[in-house]
Design a protein around this ligand. Structure first.
Ligand code: FAD
Length: 600
């Protein structure tokens, strides 16, 4: 049975010492986020997910979800009771607006809970996770009546929500959707069409499910400019809030899939279902991006989540499993063999993983803080800066974060050797569950294109220039600490490679857009490495200062400095190679004909 312990000490380090949530106490919602309060939430959230949610991960994977002959769907044994406890504990309400029954705490706290849930059980976490995207869209674009009708119960978790974008013939290119929305005399729309791959499409966790559905009204342009967004409840909600008749939406089937078996991925049939438009006609794409941006950060955290749980199990195994002897001579001469943790190659995988996980946690929570600041910072300039940074880095957190999450999960499976491949040990589940995060919410290739095709050039490159300036300033600070010096020097160099790659795009993408597309992935990876470096430089500074101040927990801070050096000496070596990949352009990538691509 795999183990899981919530990393509360490291989370508190990021919240209290790195991003210093307390220092924003003058902003609305932050005043109650004192260290006492946030520490208590972190500890209790950790206890809840470790005791209630994690034990259902392996069993949920084995049992999966069931569609019954009457079309109803049930989740794996234990999910319903665990979800009840989740709602009763108010865990989904941490960062939701107080106006709808939320606790109004900073986004950072909601992100921590979301991440803990996904580490303990990604399939389970996706039920409330998808609802968060739907809630964000209704808050941003819903009418006051829609907000009053749906949000209070969605925020408390009494009802869950879904996102219905994908259709059999279109996933990335949503401009092609065929689902139709016919206006009705009563102001509603009749929604007809088929959506596939809908996460949490149906289940037995809540009495109602609020589907957000993309569809086209009659005569709408045949492109993404013709998409509108609709609320389609599973059960119609009466004006007094009670539930009315069952709507014309049903589950055709549950997809058989590689992982996240505990989450019902459904084919949804809309058969003249009653829907209500959210926002303006043909402006569904803007609303959709609100859902997707919230969801993309959440999916980036899933990469971190699977890496984290796989790492805990990889480390435990490396300490226990005995094979061979340390290169420097027996570490445990009394035993017939040493634990495999003595082998540098096993250590390589563990150190790569730990460095990614702790760096990524910092990046995700710093990113969550930018979301908060983009709404609540004191000045318009600060709000804009935060918005620029999080918009720029959302595809990086999603794309790089999930690529690395998958890599770490497979590395930890590798630490288990052949036993990692045997299903009963559970390491394969982490790999299978991690894999989907690279695909949904826009594939990682599409994230890379979002970064270079949209985000780089936006507002004359304001966001990327702000990012460069942030890193330059961080690297330029004087220090006497050798680790901080090393990390600053390597980060400045990697940032230089990123600047050069950016410049190359500016000079070569207009002439041939394939140059942009061909280099996008390498550029996203390079930005990911640099972003992680920014976090490691900041963490190294905090750790060095804590040690100089005589911190009690010296070993914790020393480990931070070692990981910072690991980032500086091992992660940055790729930076130059990635820049050169960008500069190679699209020539070889686009040269061959389909016939030449076939291997004769
Ligand atoms: C388990 C699971 C759960 C899901 N949950 C949901 C959900 O809740 N709601 C929902 O609406 N959808 C959901 N999806 C759908 C998911 O978001 C899509 O599968 C994904 O966006 C990719 O679309 P596609 O599968 O049609 O691939 P395609 O769009 O056909 O892409 C195929 C390949 O082409 C590449 N490609 C396509 N267009 C471009 C481009 N312009 N530039 C560069 N490369 C491109 C892609 O990167 C990919 O490698 C889910 C999918 C799965 C498997």
């Amino acid at each position: 049975m795999p183990i899981y312990t919530a990393p509360t000490r490291d989370t508190r380090f990021v919240v209290n010492e790195l991003i210093r949530l307390e220092s924003y106490g003058n902003l609305p919602g932050f005043e109650s986020a004192t260290p006492d309060m946030t520490d208590a939430i972190i500890e209790e959230a950790g206890r809840f997910v470790s005791e209630v949610i994690a034990p259902l991960n392996l069993s949920g994977d084995k049992e999966g979800c069931t569609r019954h002959p009457d079309g109803s769907v049930t989740t794996p044994t234990g999910f319903k009771d665990a979800y009840r406890q989740y709602v009763e504990g108010g865990w989904g309400t941490l960062s939701a607006p107080e106006a709808y029954g939320g606790q109004g705490l900073p986004h950072v706290m909601g992100f921590i809970m979301e991440k803990y849930l996904a580490t303990a059980n990604q399939a389970f976490a996706m039920y409330p996770g998808l609802a968060n995207g739907a809630i964000s869209a209704i808050i941003a674009k819903g009418s006051p009546e829609q907000q009053a009708k749906y949000l209070p119960k969605m925020v408390t978790g009494e009802w869950l929500g879904t996102m219905n974008l994908t259709e059999p013939h279109c996933g990335t290119d949503l401009g092609m959707i065929r689902t139709r929305a016919e206006p009705q005399a009563d102001g509603s729309y009749a929604i007809t069409g088929t959506k596939i791959f809908i996460s949490a499409g149906d289940h037995d966790l809540t009495e109602n499910i609020i589907h957000l559905v993309l569809a086209k009204t009659p005569g709408a342009p045949e492109s993404s400019k013709g998409i509108s967004l609709f609320i389609v409840p599973k059960f119609i909600v009466n004006d007094d809030g009670s539930l009315g008749e069952k709507n014309g939406v049903s589950v055709g089937s549950i997809e058989e899939k590689m992982g996240i078996h505990g989450n019902a991925t459904c084919v949804m049939n809309y058969d003249g279902a009653k829907g209500w438009m959210v926002g303006e006609e043909n402006k569904g794409l803007a609303a959709m991006f609100i859902m997707m941006n919230a969801a993309r950060l959440g999916v980036g955290m899933q990469g971190l989540a699977q890496a984290e749980v796989a790492y805990q199990n990889g480390l435990a195994y490396a300490l226990d499993r005995r094979q061979g002897r340390a290169l420097t001579g027996p570490a445990d001469p009394q035993a017939k063999a040493d634990p495999i943790i003595v082998h540098p190659d096993v250590r390589r995988m563990l150190m790569d993983a730990k460095t990614f996980i702790e760096g990524m946690r910092a990046l995700c929570l710093w990113g969550a803080l930018q979301v908060d600041l983009s709404h609540k910072a004191a000045t318009a300039e600060e709000r804009q800066m935060a918005d620029d940074l999080i918009s720029l880095l959302t595809p990086v957190i999603k794309g790089y974060g999930t690529d690395m999450g998958y890599k770490v999960a497979t590395d930890m499976q590798q630490v288990w050797g052949g036993h990692g491949y045997i299903a009963e040990n559970g390491m394969d589940q982490f790999v299978r569950d991690a894999r989907i995060a690279m695909i949904y919410e826009g594939t990682n290739g599409v994230q890379a294109m979002d970064l270079v095709g949209r985000k780089l050039a936006l507002n004359g490159g304001r966001a990327i220039q702000a990012f460069f300036a942030l890193i330059d300033a961080e690297c330029a600070e004087e220090t006497s600490d050798e680790t901080v010096k090393l990390v600053a020097e390597r980060l400045a160099k990697a940032n230089g490679e990123l600047k050069a790659a950016t410049m190359w795009f500016m000079q070569n993408a207009m002439a041939n857009p394939n140059n942009l597309g061909a280099g996008a992935y390498a550029y996203m990876t390079l930005t990911g490495i640099v972003s992680l470096g920014l976090m490691w430089l900041r963490m190294a500074k905090v750790a060095a200062a804590a040690i100089a101040d005589g911190a009690e927990d010296k070993a914790f801070y020393e480990a931070k400095l070692t990981c910072a050096r690991h980032w500086a000496t091992r992660y940055t070596t790729e930076a130059g190679a990635l820049r050169r990949q960008v500069e190679a352009g699209g020539e070889t990538i686009m040269a061959l004909t389909p016939e030449q691509l076939a291997i004769a």
